[in-house]
Design a protein around this ligand. Structure first.
Ligand SMILES: Cc1cc2nc3c(=O)[nH]c(=O)nc-3n(C[C@H](O)[C@H](O)[C@H](O)COP(=O)(O)OP(=O)(O)OC[C@H]3O[C@@H](n4cnc5c(N)ncnc54)[C@H](O)[C@@H]3O)c2cc1C
Length: 382
């Protein structure tokens, strides 16, 4: 009989880890506290490294059918002056980025996993492991036994808190995001632009049928302040910014605004303990500045599946850490640096936009991106 993996959480990390472990021959049970699978947020960028991960998880074709392409990425000043712009296909010839809705990505993963493995309405209550296995109790009284426990329960994971000893901290900024209705004056160019100003940023990404995914982030203390933000507040805050921003806000229904507050963990020193492995935000919650939190969860799944081909549960963590620890630490650090200029040192923004510095900045990004956007060959790292 195959070994059994218990996965807590059915976000991007839990669903994809379930697929990878099942494909590696494990019997898999994914337990999710919510009574229904519902994606939080609106859309997200999926970069070529994560597209490669989706391909390895057998989801690539289904994903490409529902996800619009994202080909041009740009950083600009609030008035639209470009700081640097890059075509993904210039950085990695033949490869693409995408901007799926979160619901579409979740559906693709859930369908590939299959309903038999998924147990909704199961909130983790307690867990313990010993040399023989894992026992997990749920608030509804169910008890599950297995050989491996995968914590995929997000940034506030209790398991990761116990095992890694780290917890999420507020980063000093937050805001609102939304998916607009079609914006006729801003045709789709498969483009994503982030506009930087003093202590605030606006992200504007082309989505299907001239709809736009956008976010507005500003320096703010931890707490519920963004919950009260209305479209008019955003309009006032970005008055005078680039015209497509204002057109997009005008095409957004008030009810579509989703508030968020950004929390992140420090770079992890380990990714688990014994039979317990932390994946996704449970293991390495990062600031959203590189659009890689979900992408790294998908890479986790690929590496986990490879590490778990030999079903010796206690040995899997070491292999997984060898493949993943260095890379996720660098993403957590780079993602934190990505927020520094706009939120902490905005005086540097005009300097970045000067021709010489912008050229240097662009060249640095072009040097780094191929490494970041290319999923390592994890099979060679076992
Ligand atoms: C504003 C913003 C923009 C972002 N943009 C991008 C982007 O463009 N690209 C990108 O790749 N990433 C992006 N990210 C990051 C990305 O959203 C996360 O890294 C990713 O969603 C993490 O997935 P996860 O499955 O690890 O965690 P989660 O999505 O948090 O899922 C955890 C799951 O566990 C369940 N759970 C929690 N506790 C329990 C429990 N006790 N028992 C049972 N179930 C439990 C939850 O209900 C949930 O379903 C962004 C994040 C933010 C905030």
């Amino acid at each position: 009989m195959s070994n059994r993996a218990i996965i807590i959480g059915a976000g991007i990390a839990g669903l994809s880890a379930g697929i990878a472990l099942r494909d590696a021959g494990w019997s898999v049970a994914v337990y999710e506290q919510a009574p229904k699978l519902e994606a939080m947020g609106a859309a997200l960028s999926i970069w070529p490294n994560a597209v490669a991960a989706l391909d390895q998880l057998g989801c690539g074709d289904a994903f490409r059918k529902v996800a619009p392409e994202l080909e041009l990425i740009q950083l600009a000043r609030s008035n639209g002056t470009s700081i640097f712009a890059n075509l993904i296909s210039d950085v990695l010839p033949g490869q693409r980025g995408y901007l799926p809705s979160r619901t579409d990505l979740q559906n693709v993963l859930a369908q590939r996993l299959g309903g038999d493995c998924l147990h909704l309405g199961h909130q983790l209550a307690n867990w313990r492991t010993d040399e023989r296995g894992v026992e997990v109790g749920f608030e509804n009284g169910h008890i599950a036994h297995g050989d491996l426990l995968i914590a995929a329960d997000g940034i506030w994971s209790r398991i990761a808190g116990d095992v890694l000893g780290s917890s999420g901290k507020h980063t000093g900024y937050g805001g609102v995001l939304a998916l607009s209705d079609p914006v006729a004056s801003v045709p789709n160019q498969a483009m994503g632009t982030e506009y930087w100003s003093s202590g605030a940023r606006f992200g504007l990404f082309d989505h299907v049928g001239n709809r736009k995914y956008w976010f507005y982030m500003r320096n703010e203390p931890d707490g519920p302040s963004a919950k009260d933000v209305k479209l008019d507040d955003v309009r006032r805050a970005v008055a005078g910014w680039d015209a497509p921003i204002l057109a997009t806000i005008d095409a957004t229904p008030e009810a579509g605004l989703i508030p968020f507050s950004i929390h992140a963990k420090p770079p992890p020193k380990k990714l688990g303990q014994g039979r317990v492995i932390c994946v996704g935000d449970a293991g390495h919650a990062m600031e959203p500045n590189m659009g890689q939190g979900g992408c790294q969860a998908l890479e986790d799944a690929v590496a986990l599946g490879i590490a778990a081909r030999d079903q010796d549960a206690p040995a899997i963590l070491k292999r997984f850490e060898r493949m993943r620890l260095k890379r996720v630490r660098s993403f957590v650090k780079l993602s934190a640096q990505g927020g520094l200029v706009s939120h902490r040192f905005p005086a540097l923004i005009p300097l970045l936009a000067t021709r010489g510095v912008s050229a240097l900045f662009g060249a640095g990004a072009r040097r780094q991106l191929p490494n970041l956007y290319q999923m390592p060959d994890y099979a060679k790292m076992v």
